[in-house]
Design a protein around this ligand. Structure first.
Ligand code: FAD
Length: 389
């Protein structure tokens, strides 16, 4: 398991849950490729709707890529204007609220603060209006209120405030869902790299073993096109590396909100550490944290929180966000792919959108009428090509 603030703040039982692997079956009703949060939530929704033998395969541990490297931010209000439509954000938020009742995940309803320069105040106020019209709470705060809400922040101007946004511990959520899935007979097989999905979506080949499947769901995050290409369809999803850093446990209440700047954001975990970052780099699948980005985040942090400039960010990690060209996820049947489905391309919002995506996918697989906003997320918006020989 990679060293992140999330892996450092896990209980032993949860760590074991994320690393435990079940034996590979020869046959399944549904094979989900990818045990990130999107794949787990797909399995959750499918199982809840009565799917029989569901198997989740991952080449690593549960949530060992983007989901476990994320900031765990649930910012439906702040993000609602960049979704297919605001209804998607409302529904995603409502689903998360229900999920958190069932699966404990350290949800912190801290609110989100976006400090703005004086000349940007009018545009930010207009954004606040639009967010309110979309059904969320949002307001502009003056400098004095900003200081009262976030005393460590060095900002003498206004800020956009979304009081209902917050964050979770993504690995705690993943461990709880994984445990639920296993208790309902779902197998989660780890260390199993899927080499190929058969053309009709009726089998997968993993490390030399073939699993016959009633259907295959490809939820492989930024790696999704590598698996769908053979089906004659390649969604324009590519990796965008993001870096985050965190301190050891810190005095509770040091940061009270999620502070979102123009390049980076910062927050404090329920379990104490201060954390921040969120860079975007187009470096393919090159792993690691570049010293230049780490120094830039530290510089930005010190400017925003001068009293905290000397804190030591002892944990540093990166992950690959799956970015789709049109910035919306791709959920549904693979064009021309028979019984192959996909749920991927969630870019910066996959933690927020995973439960909703699972539900939309399970609904389509059950042959139900699609929820209207889901049409804009369908794979068919990207045409198929000839499969390679
Ligand atoms: C730094 C950073 C911060 C972020 N912050 C937020 C945030 O605050 N809020 C938010 O909503 N989103 C955030 N995101 C985005 C979010 O993490 C992603 O959108 C989401 O995790 C995507 O989930 P996924 O399950 O599709 O992909 P992943 O979590 O990447 O999972 C894909 C899985 O597929 C597996 N896989 C790939 N290929 C194969 C194969 N051939 N065989 C077997 N397994 C395979 C991988 O091992 C991996 O486990 C952030 C991302 C990053 C990197």
């Amino acid at each position: 398991m990679r060293d992140t603030v999330w892996s450092r703040t896990l209980a032993t039982a949860q760590r074991e849950e994320l690393l435990a692997s079940d034996t590979l079956p020869a046959v399944a009703d549904v094979v989900v490729v990818g045990a990130g949060l999107v794949g787990l939530c797909a399995a959750l929704s499918l199982r809840r709707r009565g799917a029989g033998r569901v198997v989740v395969l991952d080449r690593g541990a549960v949530c060992s890529e983007a989901s476990g490297a994320s900031a765990g931010g649930l910012w439906p209000a702040h993000e609602c204007l960049s979704m297919v439509c605001p209804e998607v954000a409302r529904r995603a938020a409502a689903m998360h609220t229900r999920l958190q009742d069932e699966f404990p995940c350290d949800y912190v309803s801290s609110g989100l603060l976006e400090p703005v320069a004086g000349e940007q105040a009018a545009a930010a106020a207009e954004r606040a209006n639009r967010i309110r019209r979309a059904g969320f709470r949002a307001e502009m705060l003056g400098a004095a209120d900003v200081q009262g809400l976030e005393p460590q922040l060095c900002h003498a101007g206004p800020a956009l405030h979304c009081p209902d946004d917050g964050s979770i511990h993504p690995l705690r959520l993943a461990a709880a869902i994984s445990s639920w899935l296993r208790s309902r007979g779902v197998r989660i097989c780890l260390g199993e790299r899927v080499e190929r999905v058969s053309r009709g979506g009726t089998a997968v080949l993993a490390r030399g073993s073939r699993i016959e499947a009633g259907a295959v769901v490809i939820a492989a995050g930024a790696w999704t096109p590598l698996l769908t290409r053979v089906l004659g369809w390649s969604p324009p999803i590519r990796p965008v590396r993001g870096v985050l850093m965190a301190t050891e446990a810190f005095l509770p209440g040091t940061l009270r909100t999620v502070v979102v700047g123009d390049r980076y954001y910062y927050w404090q975990l329920a379990r104490g550490p201060l954390a921040g970052g969120g860079s975007e780099e187009e470096v393919g699948f090159e792993r690691g944290v570049s010293p230049r980005i780490a120094a830039d985040i530290e510089r930005d942090w010190a400017e925003r929180f001068p009293e905290l400039a000397g804190v030591s960010f002892s944990a540093r990690w990166s992950g690959f966000r799956p970015r789709c060209d049109d910035l919306h996820p791709v959920i549904g049947r693979v064009p021309g792919g028979g019984r192959a489905y996909v749920s991927a391309g969630h870019f910066r919002k996959g933690i927020l959108l995973a439960p909703l995506s699972g539900e939309l996918l399970a609904r389509e697989m059950a042959g139900e009428d699609p929820w209207e906003p889901a049409r804009a997320m369908r794979p068919g918006r990207f045409p198929p090509h000839d499969p390679p020989d």
